[in-house]
Write a protein that binds this ligand. Structure first.
Ligand SMILES: C[S@@+](CC[C@H](N)C(=O)[O-])C[C@H]1O[C@@H](n2cnc3c(N)ncnc32)[C@H](O)[C@@H]1O
Length: 195
């Protein structure tokens, strides 16, 4: 299990908040390893039905009876794959990495669905935890995931940040493409939200 570095009531990730408007209005969102549910709350507040999955749902107790929120308590690292549903308009993963799950995520997206991912990357060990290679993305790993799954990359970053604390991170916003018939099979360009 990845050591927790989350503030359960923390602000949403600026990356997730920036690209949240790419998720189709009213479309279902999956918050993987949701922690205290900061992104469950963000997307629910934007009018999306949200499925929030975590091994420990105590940080979302206040959302238990909230219409439009489905809480799924599950071990994502167990031997039996968890039924996570599918055809999501958005999937968000932050501060969590279980490599065997990575190739599965794009398959859970509907056409036009958006994968928003942000977590720690190699080099973060200089700043503390997580420091195990199992919890740190390799250089370009999210880009490779998008390429291998045929996702359209809207934005990608990797590098060192100073705030909210010094860390090395990698971030991806990518879409399961819907071909645009008038663009010779190229996917429809997506609007770039302001930084
Ligand atoms: C660092 S927190 C990130 C929480 C949230 N994504 C965020 O950024 O605010 C990591 C989360 O992964 C969850 N987690 C760790 N191992 C897990 C497992 N095997 N199955 C499901 N969730 C797990 C923890 O319970 C914790 O909530």
């Amino acid at each position: 299990m990845m050591p927790s570095v989350c503030d359960p009531r923390g602000q949403p990730s600026a990356w997730v908040a920036r690209f949240a408007p790419l998720v189709a209005r009213g479309g279902a969102v999956l918050d993987v390893a949701c922690g205290g549910g900061r992104h469950t709350r963000l997307f629910h507040g934007r009018g999306h039905p949200v499925t929030a999955v975590d091994i420990d749902l105590r940080g979302l107790a206040d959302l238990a009876d909230q219409p439009g929120v489905t809480l799924l308590q599950a071990d994502l690292e167990g031997e039996v794959p968890v039924d996570l549903g599918g055809a999501y308009a958005g999937i968000v993963v932050t501060n969590y990495l279980h490599r065997p799950l990575l190739p599965r995520l794009p398959t859970l997206l509907a056409a036009g669905g958006v994968l928003l991912y942000e977590t720690f990357a190699q080099g973060n060990q200089r700043h503390g935890r997580p420091s195990s290679p199992a919890f740190l993305l390799r250089t370009g790993e999210l880009l490779a995931l998008a390429r291998d799954a045929g996702l359209q990359v809207v934005a990608f970053e990797q590098g060192e940040i100073a705030l909210p604390r010094a860390a090395v991170v990698q971030r991806l916003a990518a879409v399961r493409p819907m071909p645009a018939p008038d663009l010779e099979g190229e996917p429809e360009p997506r609007p770039l939200p302001h930084a």
